[in-house]
Each structure stands twice: as structure tokens, then as C-alpha cells.
Design a protein around this ligand. Structure first.
Ligand SMILES: *[C@@H]1O[C@H](CO)[C@@H](O)[C@H](O)[C@H]1NC(C)=O
Ligand SMILES: *[C@@H]1O[C@H](CO)[C@@H](O)[C@H](O)[C@H]1NC(C)=O
Ligand SMILES: *[C@@H]1O[C@H](CO)[C@@H](O)[C@H](O)[C@H]1NC(C)=O
Ligand SMILES: *[C@@H]1O[C@H](CO)[C@@H](O)[C@H](O)[C@H]1NC(C)=O
Ligand SMILES: *[C@@H]1O[C@H](CO)[C@@H](O)[C@H](O)[C@H]1NC(C)=O
Ligand SMILES: *[C@@H]1O[C@H](CO)[C@@H](O)[C@H](O)[C@H]1NC(C)=O
Ligand SMILES: *[C@@H]1O[C@H](CO)[C@@H](O)[C@H](O)[C@H]1NC(C)=O
Ligand SMILES: *[C@@H]1O[C@H](CO)[C@@H](O)[C@H](O)[C@H]1NC(C)=O
Length: 832
């Protein structure tokens, strides 16, 4: 999409913003303890406090041996390893947390021999209240363990539990706040097209953090005190790769990576496919990492095109093990058309079945591209298992009850450590979004049906439970007993499943009074959908509109997350466009469906004191009842919009790939205009009857929004419309429809029409199709209607403030009656 000048302005302003705001990160909580040390210890620009200062944080068994350290002098440049604390019983550090959210926990171990304690023989568990970090852990050499956990209470406890007849030790300990943006909630999934959600709940352990093609980047050169190690020792086939460095070229751009996510010394070097002298090269560059089988891993790729001389020259494929995670990755088209913009993406693997993870990059098969591929940085983080454990052996309950209680002795020990110890422990971690291509969740909800705000009530009854009356007008009485839900779905009969989505399964069901319902059951084991579940109940119990899906009830007994909607006979709009064998809709039906959906969205945006932004507008979320009336569904991601005096809501990017507002993506600022953008994509989808992203098509056709805009701008939209529509669609109606979609897809939200304007224009497109203005035979021609006075063709002149006619409560009334009538009257009076 053009608009180069605006893009440039945007770029300049984002660079300015960065210059103003990208000061180093200051952690709100910052506990650094040099265990066993009698004095504070300075490492780089940080001070690790003396052990005695930390003793008030520590609760340990009574017979503490105290500080038995011998003073040792050493020229060792890693002073943290000269002393240690030894725990002979279960002991606990409790840190008070001033700012909730993700925190680093870094544990430093260097086993040495002191008096009767040979630390190489220690064996112990380390856990927090919610997660086992290490179990039956012992170390033979210097080891740094790095974890990050989301602390959601006012304190964080770290417990050391020695194994039977053994003891625990630690040389130094950090608990430090991490930036909120570091780990976003969603990531791509390696083996499925379903976006992984729920990363904010995960405890993570850094497995490896690598600076490709460059030297070790020490914690002193990292705003979050991480250490990045060189990639050479992980490379399989070193002669296949080249190292490149150009640190000065790295640019941080809004919507891409930031210095906290990885420093420019990481983005500014890369390992590149060695194809320089051979344009027929065809091989992968592969790295191999040791992992524990049985766990899922978060893999974060860092990219920055420091090798190309111009945009759009470098295309390559990215693999994790044998799965391709991105095909034909073109770094220059992500977010901003800027060469060498720092960028990252996250993927979650399936549970590892072997003890290695292989990451590969390789040449694209796209015709005419030079074989090349790069990788600048890589992080692999282990995710806790379903027991909350990061270690195969432990569970939380066993760790807190393990070993004999209170044998404990704590020994502060100080000992010289062989010099030259490097803080080379392989650490890991870091931040942010960049979801993968196929981020659409599977089609969800058929569900839904609306009962027009009346006092209708249903009796949710069963043989087992007394009937419960669900009154749709009172928010209190949506709750439905689990037994009634079981009854209605024949005990969740698998053969009654009508859809599966990210949230769980959707069953067809029937209430005891014969009303057909759709029952959406959240996966009971997962916490992931909880927020969406609550949002959906909240939204749907507040909003009633004939073009919004209606909620009949919900059930949260037994940790269930069940939503009950009335059944929508005709499924999703998407299923009527392609891929499902449903009979195709004619043009008038399609425009009417779009009008219905536009009304629903318009009501969301304006029908309430605060605008509500849907955030996941797509054809799979527009459902059709038995009369093909459209209703908007799936409010799980909705957000209440800005207050009157603000212009946007700032939030993590959510939504479905292919429909996402690029401005929202860049700035993570949400307005109603993001829904307008997605709706514009739906309009083209309706017109062209093809998926919004179709990777099997030639490159320029993959993204429907781009492809359709190209033809729209040429004024030749008729070339790409659904063949079923050819010959049955009036040119003026098509033109109006195309213009409306085009305006929705404007690069900048301010340039897009409001949903009210969109609605108005779709009504107009429908009129142009019908092409008969009652009682005026002269206008029975599209040409006549096409020559309406300019104010009718122009959104902003017609209605500078966004269709005041539709504001407020009048929306509900208006949407019920024939908007077409209102419109044609207006045409007549203004047109004469
Ligand atoms: C040691 O560090 C603590 C906090 O980290 C500080 O309050 C204290 O003043 C320091 N002591 C010395 C002797 O520097
Ligand atoms: C711990 O040992 C240091 C010598 O390394 C000594 O200066 C300090 O006083 C000792 N502390 C206690 C509480 O005995
Ligand atoms: C300490 O334990 C390790 C491992 O068990 C052993 O190899 C080493 O010889 C021991 N050192 C001493 C001084 O006992
Ligand atoms: C931590 O978890 C809470 C939910 O308990 C979530 O709202 C919050 O965003 C998370 N914070 C981070 C930084 O992941
Ligand atoms: C790290 O920082 C030091 C100075 O702070 C600098 O001399 C060195 O070159 C930096 N190393 C890297 C890899 O950026
Ligand atoms: C490419 O070929 C040139 C000349 O044959 C040689 O000097 C150069 O080292 C080669 N580069 C690589 C990366 O093999
Ligand atoms: C690169 O690795 C992937 C995954 O293992 C494999 O499918 C692909 O064939 C490899 N490509 C080349 C050129 O070896
Ligand atoms: C990790 O633990 C959390 C609870 O703290 C749980 O919700 C989540 O499902 C666990 N992760 C996995 C992958 O099982």
C-alpha cells in the first residue's frame, strides 16, 4: 500500500520517540545477594549485598551455624564465587515485591570444597510457591541458572530443600524485575496453526541465549544483565556458515524489537549462509541445542537484515526441527519498510521428544531469489509442565514436604576460587511478540443467536436438577448448572461437536424446552481462556442487539468454562464463501450480510457510553441464522475503548493474521478503526471468496488485502471477484463496495471511515444493485444512480462527525427497521 510519504513521517516520528524514551530499564525490584559474603560486592555497575544484610529475608532452621568463612583474597574477576551459603535443612528466602509481573531469578553456583562440605556432592530442590525450578539438582562446575516467573502477589519465596542426607548451597542470588513487554502472552505454535496463548502464566528457564556470528555479549552490555554466548559451538557444519558484523546499521523501530529485547551488539552480528560464490547453493545452516525431553520450549528468533543492500532482496525459510515455521521470510516487509530494523518472533514447540532441538535456516525456493539466509540471535526457554515444574523429577507438593525438616544449618562459606572463572553460564530469555503467519485460530463458534432484548426466558432443566430460569434481562441469572449443560449436550457427546476452536469445543445442544443451543466448552485444564471467558460473559451480558450474538448462559462450576448461545442454523459467513461446500450466496445476500455485521459493530462502537472494540473481526466470527441474518460473535478479545479524552487503548496485539490493522500492529494502540480495517478485509473476502491469507498462491496474491487493494487502485476489481458473482453484480454496486472496502483499509486509522459511514455506504451499494428507486422509472438505471450529487458519494461531507443519526440508543431502534427506506428517502430529497 502506497503512502510512502506518510510512512516516512511515521518512521521519523518513531525514531524520535525512541530517542526520547529508550533509556535503560530500571527494575522496580532489585535484590542482589552475594551469599556468604561479609561485604557488599560490586559486579559491573551492580552491587550484590553482603549476606548479613539479606538475613532478614531468610527463614532457615534454627541451628544456623553462622558465618564460618575464612577470609580469602583472590584476583579472581568473579567475586561472587568466592563465598557460598550452605543449607542443611529446608530454607526459604522471602522477597517482598513492589511491582507485580515478570521477574528474573538468577542462581549462581560454583561448587568448591569447604570444611566438611564438598559442594560437588550437594543435592537439592529449588522452588517458588508455584513452580519447581530445580529438582535433585547437583553441580560439578560453574553454573548459572536463569529463570523468569510472573509474580502475581506481593511476595516471592524461593525455597531450598536438600535431598535426603544431603545439603544445598548457593553462591549468589538475584531477584530482579523484568520489563512487562519482555514476554507477550501469545506465540506461534510450531506444529499447528493455532496461536499459543498463555505465556504470561509460564515459568521459563533459559536454556541457551546465543549471539549469532559474534562474540560473547556480557551482562555489562545488556540492559537486562543477560549474557549472550557465541554460536560456533552449536553450529552443525561450520564451513556452511559465515559471520557478518555491522552493529552500526541496527535500527530499533516501533512495533519491532527494542534494546531491552536484545542489544544492538546481538542484532548487529549474524551467521549467514555461505553461498557468496555459488548461486546454486542449496543447504540449511543448522544449530543444535541440548534440551530435556518432555517439556515445551519457547524459541525466540532475533533477526536484523544487516547483509542486504536494498529491501526485498533476502528471502529464506526458518525451521525448528523438521517443521518449517516461516516460509519465504522477507524481513523488510515486516512492520516497516526499513532495512536493518531489529525484529523478533516467538514460537512454542510441542513437547520435545528427543534431547536436542535443531534450529535451521535455509534458502527460499521462490523463483529468482539468491540463496541466502541469516540469523542474528536465538533464545530457547524451557516452559513449565502442567504440574508447574521446570524439572522432570519434581512437583511442588513433593518439594515442599521433602527431606527431613529443620536439620538445617546454614553455613556462610568463603573460599578462594580458581581464577579466570567466566560468567559464561548459558543464560536465556527475553521478550515480545511477532506471531507467526498462521495465527488464525481454527474456526470457532457457530453458536449464537440473538433474542432481541426482550424478556424471553428459558428453562434450563434436566431430570437431575430443578429447572433454572434464565432471564435474559437480568445479568444475575445467566448462571446455568453443570447438570443442565450435560443434559443439553447428551453429556458432551463427541458426535455432537460442531466446531473446535482455540478456546475448546463447540457442541450442539437442546434445552429441556426444546430451544436449540450451541455450547462452547473451554478446555477445563487450561487457564488460558479464563480472561476471554470472563470478557465474553461481561460483554454479552451488557450488549443486546439483533446483530450481536446472544448469550443464554454460562457455567463455571467444577472449574468449567462453558458458554451457551442460541444455535445459529447457517454457521459462519466464512463457510458460505469458500471451502465448505455450502451453496454460494448471491450478491444481494452478501451485501445484506455485510450490512448486518456492520450494524452490529457500529452498535458496539457507539451504542454505549464507552466504545467497545471487538478486536477479532473476521468472516469466521460473523454467524448467520436460519434467515441468513448476520450476527457478530466471539467477544473474547474485546476491549472497552478509549475514554472520550483519549484516542487509543494501548494493548498487546491480538487478533487474527490477515485481518490485523497494520497501525495497531506497529503501535499497539487500539481504536475502533482497527475493527474498521478488519471489516474492510472481510468485505474483500466476501467479494473474492478466498482466504485472507493463502500461502499456496503466488507471492503477490498470498495476502488478500494487498492483492485486492492493488486491483481496486487500478479500478479493475472485477478481475478478481468470485466467479459465481460474475454477471450478477452491477458495476456501480461493485464500485461503491470496492471504494468502501478501500477506505476501510487506509494505512492510518484517521483516514478510515467510521462504522456508521461504512454502514451507510453499504446500504448505498445495495441500493445500486437493486437499482430501482420506487416510483421513478427514470432512475431505473445504474448510471443515473451513479451520478448522485457528490455529497452522497462522499463520507466526510455527508457526515463529518460520523453519522450522528446512528448514535446512542437510537441505533437499536434504527437497526431494526429498514435502513434502505431511510436511505432511499434521503437520496430522493437530496438528489432532486
Ligand atoms: C551494601 O548494599 C546495601 C544495599 O544493597 C546498602 O544499603 C549498604 O549501604 C551497602 N553497604 C556498604 C558498606 O556499601
Ligand atoms: C564472617 O567472615 C568475615 C571474614 O571473611 C568476617 O569479617 C565477619 O566478621 C564474619 N561474620 C560473622 C558474623 O562472624
Ligand atoms: C568432591 O566431590 C567430587 C564429586 O563427587 C569429587 O570428584 C571430588 O574429588 C571431591 N573433592 C574432595 C576434595 O573430596
Ligand atoms: C502476569 O499474570 C497476570 C495474570 O495473573 C497478567 O495479567 C499479567 O499481564 C502478567 N504479567 C506479565 C508481565 O506477564
Ligand atoms: C561491551 O562494552 C564494553 C564497554 O562497556 C565495550 O568495550 C565492548 O566493546 C562491548 N562489547 C560488545 C560485544 O559490545
Ligand atoms: C569467493 O571467491 C573469491 C574469489 O574467487 C574469494 O577471494 C573469496 O574468498 C570467496 N569467498 C568465499 C566466502 O568463499
Ligand atoms: C532444511 O531443513 C528442513 C527441516 O529439516 C528440511 O525439510 C529441508 O529439506 C532442508 N533443506 C535443505 C535445502 O536441505
Ligand atoms: C505452567 O504452569 C501454569 C500454572 O502456573 C499452568 O497454567 C500452565 O498450563 C503450565 N504450562 C504448561 C505448558 O503446562
Amino acid at each position: 500500500m502506497g503512502c510512502k510519504a506518510l510512512k516516512f513521517l511515521f518512521w521519523v516520528s518513531s525514531i524520535l520517540c525512541l530517542a526520547l524514551f529508550s533509556r535503560g530499564f530500571t527494575p522496580a525490584d532489585n535484590y542482589l545477594i552475594d551469599c556468604g559474603s561479609p561485604t557488599n560486592t560490586t559486579v559491573g555497575d551492580r552491587v550484590f549485598m553482603a549476606d548479613n544484610l539479606a538475613s532478614k529475608l531468610l527463614s532457615a532452621p534454627e541451628n544456623v551455624l553462622g558465618n564460618t568463612s575464612k577470609s580469602v583474597t583472590s584476583s579472581d574477576d568473579s567475586p561472587l564465587y568466592q563465598t557460598a551459603r550452605i543449607f542443611t535443612g529446608v530454607s526459604k528466602y522471602t522477597f517482598s515485591i513492589s511491582r507485580r509481573g515478570r521477574h528474573w531469578i538468577r542462581l549462581y553456583f560454583y561448587p568448591f570444597v569447604h570444611a566438611s562440605y564438598n559442594m560437588s556432592m550437594a543435592k537439592f530442590d529449588v522452588s517458588t510457591d508455584n513452580h519447581v525450578l530445580l529438582s535433585s539438582f547437583g553441580v560439578q562446575s560453574l553454573t548459572v541458572k536463569e529463570f523468569s516467573v510472573n509474580v502475581t502477589t506481593n511476595s516471592l519465596a524461593i525455597t531450598f530443600s536438600p535431598s535426603e542426607n544431603s545439603f544445598a548451597f548457593i553462591n549468589a542470588l538475584e531477584v530482579v524485575s523484568a520489563p512487562d513487554q519482555l514476554i507477550q502472552d501469545t506465540a506461534g505454535s510450531v506444529q499447528s496453526s493455532v496461536t499459543f496463548q498463555g505465556l504470561t502464566w509460564q515459568a521459563l528457564e533459559t536454556v541457551v541465549r546465543v549471539n549469532m556470528g559474534g562474540p560473547t555479549v556480557s551482562f555489562e552490555n545488556d540492559t537486562l544483565w543477560r549474557t549472550w554466548v557465541p554460536d560456533q559451538r552449536f553450529l552443525v557444519g561450520k564451513n556452511l556458515a559465515l559471520s557478518v558484523s555491522n552493529i552500526g546499521a541496527v535500527k530499533y523501530v516501533d512495533g519491532g524489537s527494542s534494546e531491552d529485547i536484545a542489544p544492538s551488539s546481538v542484532y548487529g552480528t549474524c551467521t549467514r549462509m555461505n553461498s557468496i560464490n555459488d548461486s546454486s547453493s542449496n543447504f540449511n545452516v543448522t544449530w543444535e541445542f541440548d534440551v530435556d525431553p518432555g517439556f515445551q520450549y519457547l524459541v525466540r528468533f532475533h533477526f536484523c537484515d544487516i547483509v542486504s543492500e536494498a529491501l526485498n532482496l533476502l528471502y529464506f525459510n526458518v525451521f525448528i526441527d523438521s517443521s518449517m515455521v516461516v516460509r519465504d521470510l522477507d524481513l523488510s516487509t515486516y512492520l516497516v519498510n526499513i532495512l536493518a530494523a531489529a525484529y523478533y518472533m516467538d514460537y512454542v514447540t510441542e513437547s520435545a521428544t528427543s534431547n536436542k532441538i535443531r534450529v535451521s535456516i535455509g534458502p527460499s525456493n521462490l523463483h529468482g531469489t539468491y540463496p541466502d539466509a541469516i540469523l542474528n540471535g536465538l533464545e530457547i526457554m524451557k516452559m513449565n509442565n502442567s504440574d508447574g515444574s521446570l524439572s522432570g523429577l519434581g512437583t511442588i507438593s513433593s518439594s515442599s514436604s521433602s527431606s527431613k525438616k529443620n536439620v538445617g544449618a546454614i553455613v556462610g562459606v568463603s573460599v578462594g576460587v580458581a581464577s579466570g572463572v567466566l560468567l559464561a553460564g548459558v543464560l536465556f530469555m527475553l521478550c515480545r511478540k511477532r506471531r507467526r503467519l498462521a495465527r488464525q485460530r481454527l474456526s470457532k463458534t457457530w453458536v449464537a443467536f440473538s433474542i432481541n432484548g426482550g424478556g424471553t426466558s428459558h428453562t434450563m432443566g434436566s431430570k437431575y436438577s430443578k429447572g433454572t430460569t434464565v432471564s435474559l434481562n437480568s445479568n444475575m441469572s445467566y448462571h446455568v448448572p453443570f447438570l443442565a449443560v450435560q443434559e443439553a449436550t447428551n453429556n458432551f457427546d463427541e458426535s455432537w461437536v460442531i466446531g473446535i476452536g482455540g478456546f475448546g469445543k463447540v457442541y450442539k445442544g437442546e434445552l429441556s424446552d426444546g430451544t436449540k443451543v450451541a455450547v462452547k466448552r473451554g478446555n477445563p485444564q487450561s487457564q488460558q481462556g479464563l480472561a476471554e471467558f470472563q470478557t465474553e460473559i461481561e460483554m454479552l451480558s451488557q450488549f443486546r442487539h439483533r446483530h450481536l450474538v446472544s448469550l443464554i448462559g454460562y457455567c463455571d462450576e467444577k472449574n468449567e468454562m462453558i458458554l451457551i448461545y442460541e444455535y445459529m442454523e447457517n454457521g459462519t459467513l466464512k463457510s458460505h464463501l469458500y471451502g465448505s461446500g455450502h451453496p454460494s450466496l448471491n450478491w444481494k445476500q452478501r451485501v445484506e450480510v455485510c450490512i448486518g455485521a456492520a450494524r452490529g459493530l457500529h452498535y458496539l462502537h457507539t451504542g454505549y457510553a464507552k466504545a467497545v472494540i471487538h478486536r477479532d473481526v473476521k468472516s469466521a466470527n460473523i454467524l448467520l441464522d436460519e434467515n441468513l441474518m448476520a450476527k457478530v460473535a466471539d467477544f473474547g478479545l474485546s476491549k472497552t475503548g478509549p475514554e472520550l479524552d483519549q484516542t487509543h487503548v494501548s494493548t498487546a496485539v491480538k487478533g487474527s493474521f490477515g485481518y490485523l490493522d497494520p497501525e495497531y500492529f506497529r503501535r499497539q494502540q487500539l481504536t475502533e478503526k482497527s475493527d474498521v480495517y478488519s471489516f474492510g478485509v472481510v468485505l474483500f473476502e466476501v467479494l473474492c471468496a478466498r482466504p485472507v491469507i493463502d500461502p499456496t498462491l503466488p507471492r503477490e496474491m498470498v495476502n488478500l488485502a494487498e492483492w485486492a487493494m492493488k486491483w481496486q487502485k487500478k479500478g479493475q476489481l472485477e478481475h478478481i471477484i468470485d466467479p459465481n458473482l460474475k454477471g450478477n453484480i452491477r458495476p456501480d454496486s461493485l464500485r461503491k463496495f470496492g471504494e468502501t472496502a478501500e477506505k476501510c483499509l487506509a494505512d492510518f486509522g484517521v483516514d478510515r471511515p467510521s462504522m456508521g459511514d461504512v454502514l451507510w455506504n453499504l446500504e448505498y451499494a445495495l441500493q445500486l444493485q437493486e437499482a430501482v428507486v420506487q416510483g421513478d422509472p427514470d432512475e431505473n438505471s445504474t448510471n443515473m444512480i451513479g451520478e448522485l450529487p457528490p455529497q452522497i458519494n462522499n463520507f466526510s461531507q455527508l457526515d463529518p462527525n460520523g453519522s450522528p443519526q446512528f448514535h446512542g440508543s437510537s441505533v437499536d431502534d434504527l437497526s431494526g427497521v429498514s435502513m434502505s427506506k431511510v436511505f432511499s428517502q434521503l437520496v430522493k430529497s437530496e438528489g432532486r
